[in-house]
Ligand binder design. Structure first.
Ligand code: C5P
Length: 409
C-alpha cells in the first residue's frame, strides 16, 4: 500500500487526530499515514495496544508525530488518566489496524487497555479500519461485532481483497490510504464544518481602572462569548478567545486574558490578521476614568469624590477602517431594550459590521449572567434570523450555522 503519494485532504488539516493502533502486521503502514497527517498540519497522537508494540516500536510513532505515544492506561506523561485526556483531546479517531480482538472488545464495551478505554472516553467521530486474515474476517462473530460498531455510528473502512500476510488470498487486507482518508473526511465533515477557519471571539465586560484596586465595569459574565468560542472550537475552528472573564479550559481555544478596552484592542489587532471571523461578544465599556490614580484613593483623605470619565473609542468600528482586516467577517452583539431590529441595523452600519446579534435585555429570563439568551441575528445583506430562547451554547451553534455560509471560501 503506497501511502506517501496520497495527498491529505484539506478538510483534515489542523484537526487533532488520535490514531489507535492494535496488533496487526499492517501497523507498519500506519506509520506512513501518521507521518503524512502530521506533515499536512494535523496534530496526531498515537496510542498502542501491547500487541501493536510487538510490530512497531512506540519511538517510531513518536518520531513521526513529534508527540509521546500512549502505551498503556498507566503512562502518566500526558495525564493521570491518559484515556480521558486522549478521548477529550481528539477531534477524530482512527483505529487502524483494527484486529478481530480489538473489534470484539470495542463491541462489548471493554475498557481495559488504552485503545478501548480511549474509545469509551471519546467525544469525536470514530473510524475503524479492520485488518486480519480472510477466515477471521469472514467469521460470524467478527461480522456481528462489526455490525454492532456500525449501529453505534462508527465508520468501518472495509478491508480490501488481495495477498494477506498469512500467505492466503482474500478479504482482510487493511484498506488503502485513500480509502482511510476518505472515511476520515466523511466522518469529520458532519462535525467539523469550521475546520481550517480561524475565529476570534471576545467575551466579558472590560474593566477600566480607577486606582490600583478599583475599576468600572458592567454585568457581562462572558458566558455568551465563551459559548461561541466553545461551539466554534468543537466545530473544528482554531479559536482565540480575548476575554476579561475566566472560564474553564477547552481544547482548541487559545485564551488571551485582558482587562481594559485598550488591551482588548491591542490583542484584537494582532489576533485578527489572517482570521476568518470575529465574534465581538464582549461588553466593551463606553467610558473610562479620565485619570488613573497611581495609589489607592483613601476614604479618610477624600471627603467626596467625583470621577471624570472619558469616552472609549468603538473598538469594532475602528477595525472597519483597517484594510488588512477586510477579509475578516465581523459580527457584533448589541443589548437592546426596544426596537431591536431598527437599532441593530443602525449599529451594524455605523460600526461597519457584516452581522449583528441583538439581545432583548428588557426580558428578565435571559441575558446577563443567565445560561439562556434570545434575540435576532441580522446581516448586512438584509437577511434576518429569529433566535428563539435557548441555552447560550445552543444559540452559539445557531449563530455559527447562519454565519458559516457567508464566510469567504
Ligand atoms: O454600541 P453598543 O455598545 O451597543 O455596541 C455593541 C457592540 O459594539 C458589541 O459587539 C461590542 O463588543 C462593540 N463595542 C466596541 N467598542 C466599544 C463599545 C462596543 O467594539 N467601545
Amino acid at each position: 500500500m503506497p501511502l506517501d503519494p496520497t495527498p491529505i485532504p484539506d478538510e483534515l488539516r489542523g484537526l487533532r487526530v488520535a490514531v489507535l493502533v492494535s496488533g496487526g502486521i499492517a501497523a507498519y503502514k500506519i506509520v506512513d499515514l501518521a507521518s503524512a497527517l502530521t506533515q499536512a498540519g494535523c496534530e496526531v497522537r498515537v496510542a498502542m495496544t501491547p500487541s501493536a508494540m510487538r510490530f512497531v516500536g512506540p519511538p517510531t510513532f513518536a518520531g513521526v508525530t513529534g508527540r509521546p505515544v500512549l502505551t498503556g492506561m498507566w503512562s502518566a506523561d500526558a495525564s493521570p488518566e491518559p484515556h480521558v485526556f486522549l478521548g477529550d483531546w481528539a477531534q477524530l479517531i482512527l483505529v487502524a489496524p483494527a484486529t478481530a480482538n480489538v473489534i470484539g472488545r470495542i463491541a462489548s464495551g471493554r475498557s481495559d487497555d488504552i485503545v478501548t478505554a480511549t474509545l469509551l472516553a471519546a467525544r469525536s467521530p470514530v473510524v475503524v479500519a479492520p485488518a486480519m486474515n480472510d477466515a477471521m474476517w469472514a467469521k460470524a462473530a467478527v461480522q456481528e461485532n462489526v455490525t454492532v460498531l456500525r449501529k453505534r455510528g462508527i465508520t468501518i473502512v472495509e478491508p480490501e481483497s488481495g495477498h494477506l500476510a498469512s500467505g492466503h488470498e482474500g478479504a482482510g487486507r487493511l484498506a488503502g490510504s485513500a480509502a482511510l482518508l476518505n472515511a476520515m473526511v466523511h466522518a469529520a465533515r458532519s462535525r467539523y464544518d469550521l475546520a481550517g477557519r480561524r475565529v476570534v471571539v471576545t467575551a466579558g465586560g472590560t474593566r477600566e481602572p480607577i486606582d490600583p484596586v478599583r475599576f468600572i465595569s458592567n454585568y457581562s459574565s462572558g458566558k455568551m462569548g465563551f459559548a461561541l468560542a466553545a461551539a466554534a472550537a468543537d466545530r473544528g475552528a482554531k479559536v482565540t478567545l480575548v476575554t476579561t472573564a475566566n472560564h474553564p479550559q477547552h481544547h482548541g481555544i487559545a485564551v488571551q486574558r485582558v482587562d481594559t478596552a485598550e488591551e482588548m484592542q491591542a490583542e484584537l489587532r494582532s489576533q485578527l490578521r489572517g482570521a476568518d471571523l470575529l465574534l465581538m461578544a464582549a461588553a466593551v465599556g463606553d467610558f473610562r476614568p479620565a485619570h488613573l490614580a497611581d495609589r489607592k484613593i483613601r476614604r479618610e483623605e477624600t471627603p467626596s469624590l467625583s470621577l471624570e470619565l472619558a469616552p472609549i473609542p468603538d473598538l469594532v468600528a475602528s477595525l472597519a477602517s483597517d484594510p488588512e482586516l477586510d477579509g475578516v467577517f465581523r459580527v457584533g452583539f448589541a443589548a437592546e431594550d426596544s426596537e431591536l431590529d431598527a437599532k441593530a441595523v443602525e449599529k451594524m452600519k455605523r460600526k461597519g459590521l457584516q452581522g449583528i446579534v441583538a439581545n432583548d435585555i428588557s426580558r428578565r429570563d435571559i441575558g446577563f449572567g443567565s445560561e439562556y439568551n434570545a434575540g435576532v441575528l441580522l446581516f448586512a445583506d438584509g437577511s434576518r434570523h429569529e433566535l428563539e430562547k435557548a441555552t447560550k451554547r445552543e444559540m452559539a451553534d445557531k449563530i455559527l450555522d447562519k454565519v458559516l455560509p457567508k464566510l469567504k471560501k
